[in-house]
Design a protein. Sequence first.
Lengths: 219, 428
Amino acid sequence: MLFCEQCRVHVTGSSGRCPLCQSPLTGQPEENAYPVLRAGKSPLRLPLRLAALATVAVAAACFAINLSLPDTGWWSAIVAAALASTWLLLGVTVRKRGSPMKAIVWQLGAVSAVTLLWDLCTGFAGWSLDFVLPIFLPCVQLAALIAAKALGLRPADYLFSLTLCILAGFLPLIPLLCGALGVVYPSVICAGISLVALAALLLFKGAELKADAQRRLHL
Amino acid sequence: MNDRSYLPWWRLDNAAKIFPSTSSAHDSKVFRFFCELKEEVEPAALQAALDRTMERFPLYRCVLKRGWFWYYLEDSPLPAVARPEDLPPCFPLYPSARRSLLFRVLYYRRRVSLEVYHVLSDGAGALDFLRALVWEYLSIRYPQAGLPQGGAPAFGVSDQQKEADSFQKYYEKPARRFGLDPAAYQIPGERLPKNRLAILEGRIPTASLLACARSRGATLTELLTAVLLRSIHEGMRVRDQKKPVVITIPVNLRNYFPSFSSRNFFAIIHVGYDFGRNEDSLPAVLAQVKRSFEEKLTQEQLKAQMNSLCALEHNFPIRMAPLPLKDVVLRWANRLAAHGATASFSNVGRLAMPKGAEKYIRQFGVLTCAGCLQACAVSFQDSFVITFASPFRSRETERVFFQELSRLGLDVTLTTNIEEEAEQHVVL
């Protein structure tokens, strides 16, 4: 064991200096009680940073070319918006990668919002409400169900997310009832599928759903 | 009962309710107990021991989930795995990228460490788990020693007793109102990078420390609190001395109210000293510390404190507030409470292992991470181990503390993780 003459204390480990006064120690070094830790870095960190840098470079190049050729219209804004949308969806996925069911719900929200925004900003032709969302929502419900079964999750681990996906399937009814739709039948089919899914959920997993709600809503 | 829908879950106890909202990378609310054996740890035996121990502590098989109004614990099929120590001490367990159990078992050379998120349990509760784990390990690793199977620690305590929320049991609606503690001195200084903790353990022979305390008519905790107060004072600037130095001391309520719970059941007392107005000699500080302990460590005082905290939790408008709002308010309240304390000292006390197991164990130790300077102590046979965990680059408080103990004639042996970076080429 090591000894510090100044502080009159023994020191374990292999350090050459006193942890209190930093004077040199006398005696025999021993093994350390704490491991030397290598800095652990996430394997995703470097690729994500490189991709982010590449995105900025592409956007900057597009703006530069666009500014040099003003007659071609503001197409660089569309490129930038597309890159931003991609990053939003990628970011949601990476952030929620620990829990796939949560990731699905977040992707549902992000994709819906991005689709609506694109439609709104490109003159609101109504394609998002007429077609994209009513087709996308039942697909997400199916994806959530497949993910839950494929991962062998317990009801408590997927019911809440699955319920949210199913309830989101009724949202196309809002523009339908407001008369904002050009084409009605995809939204009607979407709501119908959601109703059947909700009924199946309540019939087959009603008890589990109730227990889950009791846990989540306890005061 | 419909078996498929049945899933065990637990409400958080009163003390645990504040922890999920206020844990962060620099204040992980994770504490570590370690047991240093006389021989190197055998990973396979440790894993087998962990599997056996898990069967006896159902509450440890759970994850933390967010409800709409409160967090709660839910049974989980995740396996408990004993891993080689590859993380900094008290690394956050929640929130983390992946859902995990709320404790981890680590080993390095001769040490077995149990790190527990404070939501799950307090020190006394976690100690039951560690003692059971070490006992199982020793009986697997040394079958020839003939450790009696019925003698494991925490046997004879039912699962319901271990899971009991003792705060609820002893809560009575109080008449007292809340008051804010006056602002305490805050240790200034640059923090270590990456929210690292500097660990400094001091091992002192229990008998001589006890004799030293007794000769001054004090208990171990009182003496060490007084020495700690003076060590902090040593680093204070004169203009800071108008603020008192306040040390928070957790008190195990199981010693005051019968309980076998493995969950949280503690209260916190504040012991302060105003160096601006009072003498800074050890006898003067010790006398004041003894008075504070006598005043505050009574069943009525502790009950009053427990009741006022539980009353908050039972307040209907507070219960109705959605969890994101509670998160914000609790974080703010936690910051406010932190202003009332300079450092913290927790003496877990004397730890016993069943007969036959002692000869394989060298020492136990405990440390915790809570954003400010923390000292924790535990004694096992003749080794009293006090561990400082500090987020600061400067270790002047610890230096003065251990030098003072050495001056009091005590034989101090220090162990640290501090120089690890400098020594990468020496040992791995």
